[in-house]
Design a protein around this ligand. Structure first.
Ligand code: NAP
Length: 247
């Protein structure tokens, strides 16, 4: 697999799965821009690590919820590097609660950060990708969007929404040679899942046929495949990276 000279953007690339995806794309030779919301130092560290691999890399502060900012970010990349070939919509948050206890803000924040952001960046990326007659968009959903989860109705709705959006986008843009696919991770060891208690962790492991949590790099490998020409005839697909959890 080779992504040499491809230009890419990973939203939320400062930590966790997004960082692993950015590093994997860079390892395969792509130039990588990452966005972040608060972690400026961590984002600059990721940029340093990517540059050490011999590719171009930049970090851009951008709240993924901000519609107009998505256009600015993508224009900046296209002006700097000439094109945008790969977009990975990874930025995401959780604000868990049971539905009866969930307030409006927890609902809006999660839907806006996880789902509206995918619309913001996909729409903005479609323009340069159409001009270049090709591109690959990979949206990070979750197995929770497929199976639902008590205490995560906002998160599950946002992640299910990503699947519907991606399939619609894939149908609208296929004639322009732009592919769009979803990666749906199961339980992956990152800061997002770091606060889960031991009992819940054991329950998750017992529901996972492969019997262990996944590593961010295992998600990144699937994203790299979908970004590359190795998946040239795949669009509108959902790949679960979940150790069999949602099977
Ligand atoms: P994480 O460790 O909490 O990292 C989240 C990343 O998203 C950070 O880089 C963060 O930037 C960025 N971000 C958050 N809100 C943002 C905003 N408004 N604008 C721009 N960037 C923002 O999470 P993770 O576990 O790596 O998860 C990454 C993606 O995978 C998410 O979409 C998540 O839903 C999905 N996922 C994770 C798991 C899992 O088990 N970990 C399972 C299924 C799906 P800052 O550092 O600046 O805050």
């Amino acid at each position: 697999m080779n992504l040499k000279d491809k230009n890419s953007l990973v939203t939320g690339g400062s930590r966790g799965i997004g960082k692993s995806i950015a590093m994997k794309l860079a390892e395969l030779g792509a130039n990588v821009a990452i966005t972040y919301s608060r972690s400026a130092d961590a984002a600059e560290e990721v940029v340093k690590e990517m540059k050490a691999l011999g590719v171009k890399a930049i970090a851009i502060q951008a709240d993924a919820v901000d519609f107009a900012r998505a256009d600015e970010v993508i224009n900046e990349i296209v002006e700097e590097w000439g094109s945008l070939d790969i977009l990975v919509n990874n930025a995401g948050i959780t604000k868990d609660n049971l539905i009866l206890r969930m307030d409006e803000k927890a609902w809006d924040d999660v839907i806006n950060t996880n789902l509206k952001s995918v619309f913001n960046y996909s729409k903005a990326a479609a323009k340069p990708m159409m001009r270049a007659r090709g591109g690959s968009i990979i949206n990070i959903s979750s197995v929770v969007g497929i199976s639902g989860n008590a205490g995560q109705s906002n998160y599950a709705a946002s992640k299910a929404g990503i699947v519907g959006f991606t399939k619609s986008f894939a149908k609208e843009l296929a004639s322009r040679n732009i592919r769009a696919n979803v990666v749906a991770p199961g339980y992956i060891t990152t800061e997002m899942t770091g606060s889960l208690d031991e009992k819940l962790l054991e329950a998750i492991k017992s529901e996972t046929p492969l019997g262990r949590p996944g590593e961010p790099e295992e998600v990144a490998n699937s994203v790299a495949f979908l970004a590359s020409e190795w998946s040239s005839y795949i669009t509108g697909e959902v790949i679960r990276v979940d150790g069999g959890m949602a099977m």
